[in-house]
Design a binder for this molecule. Sequence first.
Ligand SMILES: [Zn+2]
Length: 56
Amino acid sequence: MNSNMNSNCKHPRIRVVARDEDEDIEYVECLECGEVFDSDEFRDMAIEEATKKDES
Ligand SMILES: [Zn+2]
């Protein structure tokens, strides 16, 4: 994985670009850095952030 360029992006603004009805997955795109990921992944990231905040 080579995501140095995006390492500082917290993906504050996203939009849904596609949806897989069968798998119930939404694909979202970050409007800041243009990275595309599925919403489950984004949720994991958000939870990770919340956990970090909680710990510190
Ligand atoms: Zn981003």
